[in-house]
Every structure is written in C-alpha cells, then in structure tokens.
Design a protein around this ligand. Structure first.
Ligand SMILES: [Fe+2]
Length: 306
C-alpha cells in the first residue's frame, strides 16, 4: 500500500468570489466555477476545491470559520485503496463516492479522503538558456501541492502521529518535542507531506504548500500577490527543518498558503531525527526586522539524537 501525496484539498469558504480570486492570483489553473463550487488544478493533476461552508455535505470541521474541511490523499493503485478501506472501516465509518473516493476522518476528527492519484507532477527540466536571456513570468505557476499542516492541541501530538504512522504507514522525518511532527507519505520523498504543529494549542488547518520552480518564482509569485493586496503572513526565507525556501500568505479560504522550493528529499535510508527542542524556524529570512533566529542553529541547540 502506497500513499503518494496530497491529492485534493476541499475548502469550505464563506465568500466564493474572494476565494476564487485568491487562487487565481496564486497561480492555479481554474477548471470550473459556479456559485457553490469551484475547482482549481495544477500540472500534477492535484486539485483545490472550494465549496460553501454552509454545504451540509461537507465533512464537519473541528474548528470554525472558512477552512479546509477535507484532505484527500492520493494512492498508487486500486488495490491500495481497497487495503486502506479494509483497514479503516474496522473502527470508523468510511463512505465511498460514486467515483470511488473514500471519505472518513482521522483520530483527531479532521476530514480525510483517499483516491487513486490522477497524474504525476511533471519532471523539472532545466530550460536551455543558450541565446535566451532569462525572462520568467512575474507571477507563480505552482506545479504541485507538497504538504499540509494542521495545528493541534499539545496533548494530542502522539495520538495525531500514531494514526498516520501506524494506520497509514507514514514515515517520521523530524520529531520535535516542542514544535511537532514532520511526516511524509510512504510513497513520497518530500521531507514532509504532513506536519502537526503543537501551536497555538487548538485544532485548526494551518497551511498548504505549493511547489514552484525556484526562489525567483517564489519572489515573483509573492510580489504579484502583494501587488493585488493579499497580505503576507511571514517574510520569505529558508526553513531549517525541510530546508525549503518559502513565502507565506494569508488565505481568505482559511489558514495560509505557502510557495516553496528546494525542499530536502528523504527515503527509507534516512533515520528519523528526534529533537528535544526545535533547531529553529529559519536559516534566514529577508525581513531585517524579523525576530526569528537567523544564521543557522541557535547557540546551544541540541544536535539530532543518534
Ligand atoms: Fe510549509
């Protein structure tokens, strides 16, 4: 059984028009839109779906306001889907859509689904530059979704991770006692596809990250968003855990969205790092007035446990 990636995110939104405008500006491909449902895609075949928060058919949310109501995970084969169905229906209700998508919830009550993945992310190819001066678009075109992040109650860390590790065979990349758990799907090499953040100590959808080509595209994408009056959540920088370049924006559909590039890759040869204290938020950020620790690990930060 292989889970490969986030396949689809289903938001319950308060204002469809604002949500549509946000994801258009973010650079996703609009596939359809109506008063109560809009769908966006990306070259990977993954989708973002906006539905009205009042839609009774949406999974319940353990947190209020516009937010992600369901994360649908993409699996490799129909056989994997059946294996997951058999595993999960042992102790919870699992509904099956007309298109075969499974719908249920994790152990914290977050809505989750599963379906066979539709397509793959296009391979990154370096464009030939001979006699072609560099002139990229001044906006972003995300290729794929990389990861989702939930905030959870501090007391729920073990319970949250156990479900994905033991029932869905996720791998633990970085476990931090004070911050939370970075996990990846067993069919993925991303440093993380799922992060449970133990702040601010209540359950909420935190953010979804979209991969772009490089740092230029993060900056062009973010500047384009800012020019359209969307508000950055944090300045651009490079994280320590995952090592990815990033820029976050506040999403009117709930939580934040992140442009990211150049994340660490892990396979099953990588040994989980266990941190008593997180090594820090970022190696650097652009904003000189920012208060996060810059320049690498803070003095005295613990080394990964052997
Ligand atoms: Fe992220």
């Amino acid at each position: 059984m292989k889970i490969n990636r986030v396949e689809s995110l289903i938001y319950g939104v308060g204002d469809m028009d604002i949500g549509v405008r946000y994801f258009q500006d973010w650079g996703l491909q609009q596939k359809s839109t109506s008063a109560d449902r809009s769908e966006f895609g990306m070259p990977s075949g993954q989708t973002v779906v906006l539905r009205l928060a009042t839609d009774a058919a949406l999974p319940k949310s353990p947190f209020g306001g516009p937010t992600v109501r369901e994360v649908v995970w993409g699996v490799d084969t129909q056989a994997s889907l059946k294996e997951l169905h058999d595993e999960l229906k042992r102790d919870r209700e699992v509904k099956v859509d007309a298109d075969g998508t499974l719908h249920t919830h994790d152990d914290l009550g977050f809505g989750i689904g599963f379906r066979v993945q539709n397509g793959v992310a296009p391979a990154r190819t370096e464009g030939a530059r001979m006699n072609k001066p560099y002139d990229p678009p001044r906006s972003a075109s995300p290729q794929r979704m990389g990861h989702v992040v939930y905030s959870i109650k501090r007391a729920d860390q073990q319970k949250a991770a156990d479900f994905y590790m033991k029932r869905l065979q996720f791998r633990m990349t970085d476990h931090t006692e004070d911050l939370g758990d970075f996990m990846r799907c067993n069919g993925s090499n991303d440093h993380h596809n799922l992060f449970f953040l133990k702040a601010p100590d209540f359950p909420a959808f935190n953010h979804v990250a979209f991969e772009v080509r490089d740092f230029d595209e993060i900056i062009f994408g973010g500047k384009n968003m800012r020019s359209k009056n969307w508000k950055p959540y944090a300045p651009p920088g490079r994280h320590i855990l995952g090592s990815n370049l990033f820029w976050y924006f506040n999403n009117p559909c709930g939580g934040q969205t992140e442009y990211f590039a150049d994340m660490d890759l892990m396979d099953d040869n990588f040994k989980t790092r266990n941190w008593e204290k997180t090594p820090g938020y970022s190696m650097w950020t652009i904003d000189p007035g920012d208060t996060v620790v810059e320049g690498g690990r803070p003095p005295g930060a613990p080394q990964p446990a052997a």
